[in-house]
Design a protein around this ligand. Sequence first.
Ligand SMILES: [Zn+2]
Length: 278
Amino acid sequence: MTSNSPPILESGGQAIAGSVNCKTCNTPFDGAFCPSCGQKVLPGRFTLRMLFSQLIGMITNIERGFWHTFWMLLVRPWVVIEDYLAQRTRPYYDPFRFLFIMTGIASVFIIGLGLFDYQMENMNELMQLNQTAQQQAFQQGTMTFIRKYFNIMSLLIIPFFTLGARLIFRSRRFNLAEFIIVFSFLYGELQLISLVIQMAGFFVFHLKYNWIIISSMGVSIAYYAYALKPIFGYSYPGTVLRAVTAQLLGFIFFMVASLILGLIIGLAMVFMGLKPGG
Ligand SMILES: [Zn+2]
């Protein structure tokens, strides 16, 4: 019956049930994975069918972990946080990879759909009323720079938000590393939520840019409060107030750091005999 089936694992060795030597590190073991190096037991030689099922498995696994994390962060974010920090990490996507993917998606859409340019145009209209031509040129340069590195810029702000949150949500429960994990998840999720808000505001409700920003910020704060309230046990108004303060503080830290960096770059340019913007 099975005369034409491919040779299986035990074909060369003894028929001791499942006992094999690891093909990578030679440790003898029972089961599907080597306990010492993690090598998976592969049946016989590689076949196209194996490669295909591996490929399918990889794609569905990534998607399941990813979409499961996305969905759970939307409906019960505190469960993700509690699970992950209790090191029940298996059902969830890696927080940093999640953050990078979400930021990437949001950046592509915000730049690609012209949302960024729309906001900048509106901002320029307000700011250029009493500016010299040189100031305008400098500002234009800054905007072009931000546009180009939008993706990285929105990631750079995270440590500052985390620091703000660490100061405001004073808790003996989480250390700074755990706070970074929490905010990678929440900030990643917010990237997509905020993208949807911005798109709705722009394409559906035709809002002015400042209303888009305000509603997007409002939703961010509501989301932080929703996610963090069950964890820290403050009241809802208390959580909202802390979320607002933490965001504000993070933003101030970010601006101060940017100013200092800008100053250093400006000074370096002066020392090298270059004129800023020239
Ligand atoms: Zn091994």
